[in-house]
Design a protein around this ligand. Structure first.
Ligand code: CA
Length: 433
């Protein structure tokens, strides 16, 4: 529910939060940071240019007792295993501490300068699933491979997805090694093995699961949104030449399992309440979802209004001091064909259990306009059109030294804009050839 923590007029006594484009007191994202003195990783919240140490704050008795044990952990899994109502007391307590000037003297000693504190993966990720709900991406990629039949007939019925690889999910800033793999060069009869020549990114959101459903217990659509604890940015790095050779008949494998980068801050479900909106209506001729994926509340406010962007800078651009080049912008409302709740319900509809800290990728979130595409595969039409960059460079796919940075913000008139921080990674050469 929207409440006093979303009041756009609310101000924190942390001065850098006042005009902060991403982390005003209305956001309060959760993450795991390493204090500058090298102490053990601990849970914190971003406020302006600072990080508030929630482990230390809980130890002082300033947070609800029911949260103390979970906040002493070095990951968010235990916190996201708590009942939703208990978790929501954290947002209210933090908001009150950070907006009440009388608390400054007690709380300020637990603030750390964000610039001095590395951020780590927020969860021990048990499982990672990547969906394919960006309909304009699915249509554009389908058209490259099947010009006459870009969108397969199951697309309007099934939230398409596949089970990904949790072990190679890494946090913003970790390097991405160019993977080796099998590819079939056009015109060749036999495949060859070596570094991918078509390394790409995919602009996605990650949904962090909260709570647990036992094996054999589907999550009904009416309560599925409660199972999303928060969101992050997600880059599903992809080797397109490997993908084209290996994906039939079972789908992505090594083309996707070498790296997935997530942003370190978890923007909570509670923070996103003002930005809930109706999903885009299905157009004429598109069938309605089956009843288990339909819910009046989800149809009214099940989508989120989030603006997304991708930027690229190359090693030469950084040496020349050139700013990162904007590759594309898109929005979730236009891109997503299924809501987060529908993803949870479909994922569990056969009885699959989801655990706290499981990660669900949305799939590439491209806009309708080709210029709003969330991957190079689409922006370059399968490598046919070169992208011109500042400094006289061009690209079709990523080269070593290239850095891809994803950003996102939730905006709505009458509310403070909140941001997601960054999700960045630099491509390094293949470690073994
Ligand atoms: Ca993907």
């Amino acid at each position: 529910m929207i409440d006093y923590t979303h009041d756009p007029a609310a101000q924190s006594w942390v001065e850098s939060a006042e005009d902060h484009p991403e982390f005003p007191v209305q956001n309060l994202p959760l993450g795991v940071f390493i204090p500058a003195d090298g102490d053990a990783p601990r849970i914190g919240t971003a406020i302006g240019n600072a990080i508030l140490d929630l482990k230390a704050l809980a130890a002082t008795g300033l947070l609800p007792d029911a949260l103390g044990a979970a906040l002493a952990e070095p990951r968010l899994n235990a916190l996201f295993a708590l009942p939703a109502a208990t978790r929501q007391t954290l947002r209210h307590a933090l908001f009150e501490l950070l907006t009440d000037a009388a608390q400054e003297e007690t709380v300020a000693p637990h603030l750390h300068p964000a610039a001095d504190c590395p951020l780590t993966l927020p969860f021990a990720i048990g499982d990672y699933t990547d969906f394919y709900v960006g309909i304009h991406h699915a249509r554009a990629v389908g058209a490259l491979f099947r010009p006459d039949n870009p969108l397969l007939p199951n697309y309007h019925h099934v939230p398409i997805g596949y089970h990904g690889r949790a072990s190679s999910v890494q946090v913003c800033g970790a390097p991405v090694f160019r993977p080796n793999g099998q590819t079939l060069v056009p015109g060749a009869i036999k495949p060859t093995f070596g570094p991918t020549k078509r390394l790409d990114y995919e602009l996605e959101l990650g949904l962090w699961v909260a709570g647990a459903n036992p094996l054999g217990t589907p999550v009904p659509i009416s309560t599925a949104w409660e199972r999303i604890g928060g969101l992050c940015l997600l880059n599903d790095w992809s080797a397109r030449d490997v993908q084209a050779w290996e994906y039939q008949p079972l789908g992505p494998f090594l083309a996707k399992n070498f790296a997935t980068t997530v942003s370190p801050w978890v923007v909570t479900r509670e923070a996103l309440e003002p930005f809930r909106t109706a999903p885009a209506p299905r157009t004429a001729g598109e069938p309605d979802p089956l009843p288990y994926l339909r819910d009046p509340a989800d149809a009214a406010t099940g989508m989120l209004a989030i603006d997304l962007e991708v930027r690229l800078d190359t090693a030469a651009m950084r040496r020349a001091g050139l700013p990162a080049h904007l590759l594309s912008r898109s929005t979730t409302g236009e891109a997503m064909h299924w809501t987060p709740a529908q993803l949870v319900t479909h994922h569990t509809s056969g009885g699959c259990n989801l655990a706290p800290g499981d990660l669900l990728g949305t799939g590439t979130l491209s806009g309708r306009d080709p210029a709003a595409s969330g991957s190079l595969l689409e922006l370059t039409q399968g490598g046919r059109n070169r992208i011109e960059l500042p400094g006289d460079e061009t690209r079709t796919f990523l080269e070593d030294g290239d850095r891809v940075t994803l950003r996102a913000a939730a905006r709505r008139e009458g509310f403070r804009t909140i941001g997601f921080g960054t999700c960045a990674g630099i491509v390094l050469p293949s470690p073994v050839n």
